[in-house]
Write a protein that binds this ligand. Structure first.
Ligand SMILES: Cc1ncc(COP(=O)(O)O)c(C=O)c1O
Length: 367
């Protein structure tokens, strides 16, 4: 299976599990901007590669300064990390909550970080019936004591839903620390207004994670940042290994913040392609959870002979990787997740899905 190490986009495991397609994989299992990295990234590799002979700035000053300017917050409220994944782990150790509430399904690293830190976790089950939305009513029933935390994706992965404003208001009035993962919020039109980033910079109870790897398609370089009260940021910096953010990542991050055309083109592409892909999937008899981002949670009909695991294997045979979402706690075997990609790629995906589903589920002897 593709998710042996917990995530999609794992090409090495895909090749071990399914073999290597001649034309390479078309990857719908990781939620990356299909435009690929902006041109400035290549320029930095070409022009700055000799500088890797020096240590990177351990305080990531240049990028923190630019992030502070971009978001209108202080540099002391920002810590840059080797991807948001590193910062999620650091923040759980730095906040050191007594217990945690965790929406399910959600990104597996939240639960893993809490488990590694020995934090007792309460589940907050999201329901298919309302499109997996986190509601204020659900939170009202949750008893959160001083010293507890709530970990949520805003928007959530794999559901693609933002946390509604009234649920955020309910969370703010609780006594818990809010750990809010905004790794995909750049893909949401008006996402900055929905974001808690500015509030986090001065609040002692809100921590916001951002990733730069998805929107700018640079997962291989690893880059993210966390925004929180300067006191917590200082604690997290002490826990972080030195030089965690390499030289190229720091310079790439600075350049990306000026990529306004790339950002505008990305939003225009997504506004066109997501509804087209949703319509195509629905025409194949699949149900799609309404999404605010660049990925879709999709389910097979209840009476389908298929399950996500079988479909993943069959699609891999056709050179396409999809994410088996039944591995997310709270989802059953019918769920899979797809990125939104370029028009011609989405058309190929739909054609291959249609052909695979028509072939029948049982013909490769897979359970
Ligand atoms: C919801 C969510 N948060 C955070 C991350 C980690 O992002 P990064 O590549 O910046 O470590 C991922 C990666 O898939 C993710 O899906």
């Amino acid at each position: 299976m593709l998710e042996r190490f917990g995530h999609g986009g794992d090409w090495a495991t895909a090749e071990e599990s399914f073999g290597k397609p001649e034309a390479g994989w078309l990857d719908y299992s990781a939620n990356m901007n299909p435009a690929g990295p902006p041109a400035c990234v290549e320029a930095i590799f070409r022009e700055r590669w000799r500088d890797i002979a020096r240590y990177p700035d351990p305080a990531v000053r240049g990028l923190r300064r630019k992030l502070a300017e971009t978001h209108g917050i202080s540099e002391e409220s920002i810590l840059v990390g080797n991807g948001a994944a590193e910062l999620i782990d650091l923040a759980v150790r730095g906040v050191s909550p007594r217990e945690a509430a965790l929406a399910q399904p959600s990104f597996a690293e939240y639960g893993d970080a809490l488990r590694k830190a020995g934090v007792r976790t309460k589940e907050l089950p999201l329901a298919a019936g309302n499109g997996f939305e986190l509601t204020a009513e659900m939170l009202a029933g949750l008893k959160l004591s001083e010293g507890s935390c709530v970990f949520i994706g805003h928007p959530n992965n794999p559901t693609g839903r933002l946390v509604p404003a009234d649920a955020l208001a309910a969370l703010r009035t609780s006594r818990a620390t809010l750990l809010i993962d905004e790794a995909f919020i750049d893909f949401v039109p008006g996402g900055e207004e929905a974001s808690l980033l500015r509030e986090a910079a001065s609040s002692e109870r809100i921590v916001v994670f951002r990733s730069m790897t998805k929107f700018y398609a640079i997962p291989g370089i690893r880059l993210g940042f966390v925004v929180a009260h300067p006191k917590l940021i200082a604690r997290l910096r002490e826990l972080q290994p030195p030089w965690s953010v390499n030289f190229l990542a720091q310079h790439i991050g600075e350049a990306l913040l000026g990529e306004t055309d790339y950002a505008a083109k990305t939003m225009a592409w997504l506004a066109e392609e997501r509804p087209r892909l949703v319509a195509g999937l629905e025409s194949l008899g699949l149900a799609v959870v309404p999404s605010e981002v660049n990925y879709l949670l999709v389910s097979l009909p209840e009476d389908s002979p298929w399950n996500a695991k079988k479909l993943q294997r069959r699609m891999a045979g056709r050179g396409i990787l999809i994410r088996d979402a039944s591995l997310f706690a709270g989802l059953d075997g019918r769920y899979f997740r797809l990125a939104v990609r370029l028009r011609h790629e989405n058309e190929r995906l739909l054609a291959e899905l249609a052909a695979a589903l028509k072939e029948g589920a049982g013909c490769d002897g897979e359970a």
